[in-house]
Ligand binder design. Structure first.
Ligand code: NAD
Length: 336
């Protein structure tokens, strides 16, 4: 496969766990890197995109303009599952497949979700800071058993969170308009309408993807329906919740605590949320575990290699792309 070029722009692919990168090297693929944190210019990226047959991407935004001069690109392989940073229609029109790496994140993100919830419920960050500063204060916590957790988006991650929360003897309510009733029933989870979930839940955990429908899903109206003293956990996407309305809710006491791995703008420099004592924040590390990275990296490599072999990758977001261009395309003849 020496004739093909793979562009890597994710921060983590091949960095912590070397196995996925070694698989690419074993295939003698030409590897170009433009890591999100290295500060290389956009012109440098454009030149690399021009040469690339495959693009392994993290959270960097791929818009239509970037795809304008990508004559060889046949697959954009997302190192993760959220594809809101990729202009899918633009890729489809150009016959570029977009693939995801599902399943790799589920456990890791669900674990972090429970960690964030426990941090809020038992005030672990405050207690830690207090003990380390020489104090011996006591922090009154909220018990989880018997409380209702409302899960918005009962997909891979939502289901793993539900399983864990059941282990904490919580009751689960779920809202997911696209999930077949049968799946929730098999899991023993009660599905409900959106407003009922907001009204009844003691804890609300967000696990829907960011789409035009879910952008700003939780705003002033939704917050007003929630229970007084509700806890909200967000490991999905920052833009699903309107941070300005949330700030009001957190300062008025309506929302007792917000724990989040994601923000409207990342990093959230200057965000007023960071100044609130009842906010716990992590820097989008939901899937950042060694096991998760290994599985995610290998799924990404599987997709890329399949496309190069002229096979259909398993997790394609836009199979319509096949209609716009015939595969396989010719390999790069002027590759160094
Ligand atoms: P998934 O596709 O398996 O599940 C998403 C679920 O949301 C689906 O069941 C879908 O039907 C449902 N849904 C869609 N629109 C909805 C709506 N309007 N209201 C309620 N539910 C709706 O995805 P997943 O693997 O569970 O991941 C969920 C999201 O988590 C991803 O889209 C991504 O944004 C986020 N994520 C974050 C991290 C992190 O590091 N924090 C890591 C991985 C994923």
């Amino acid at each position: 496969m020496a004739k093909y070029t793979v562009l890597i722009t994710t921060r983590s692919f091949g960095k912590i766990v070397s196995e996925p990168m070694e698989r690419l090297r074993r295939e003698r693929l030409h590897i170009l890197e433009w890591r999100e944190e290295t500060g290389l210019g956009i012109d440098d990226l454009k030149e690399k995109v021009r040469q690339a047959d495959a693009w392994i991407i993290g959270n960097f935004k791929i818009d239509a303009q970037l795809l304008e001069n990508a004559p060889r690109l046949r697959v954009i392989a997302k190192h993760g599952v959220g594809v809101d940073n990729i202009d899918i229609p633009a890729a489809t029109q150009k016959g570029i497949l977009v693939t995801i790496a599902p399943g790799a994140n589920d456990q890791a993100v669900a674990d972090l979700t429970m960690g964030l919830l426990l941090s809020l419920a038992r005030k672990i960050p405050q207690a830690d800071a207090s003990v380390k500063s020489g104090q011996w204060e006591r922090f009154l916590g909220l018990g989880l058993p018997g409380k209702i957790m409302g899960i918005i988006g009962l997909g891979h991650i939502g289901q793993n969170v539900a399983r864990r929360a059941k282990g904490f003897d919580m009751e689960i309510l779920a809202y997911d308009p696209y999930l077949p009733e049968e799946i929730a029933r098999k899991l023993g989870i009660t599905q409900t309408d959106f407003d009922t979930l907001l009204r009844k839940s003691d804890v609300i955990s967000l696990h829907a993807p960011l789409t035009p429908e879910t952008e700003g899903l939780i705003g002033e109206r939704e917050l007003s329906l929630m229970k007084e003293g509700v806890l909200v956990v967000n490991t999905s996407r920052g833009k699903i919740i309107q941070e300005k309305a949330l700030y009001q809710g957190l300062t008025s006491g309506k929302v007792a605590g917000y724990a989040t791995d994601v923000f409207e703008v990342e990093p959230p420099l200057g965000s007023p949320l960071l100044k609130l004592p009842n906010v716990v924040a992590t820097p989008h590390i939901g899937s950042y575990t060694r096991d998760g990275l290994r599985m995610m990296g290998n799924l990404v490599v599987d997709s890329v290699l399949k496309v190069f072999r002229g096979e259909k990758p398993e997790f394609i977001i836009n199979p319509e792309a096949y209609r716009y261009r015939s595969f396989p395309r010719k390999a790069n003849p002027d590759r160094p």
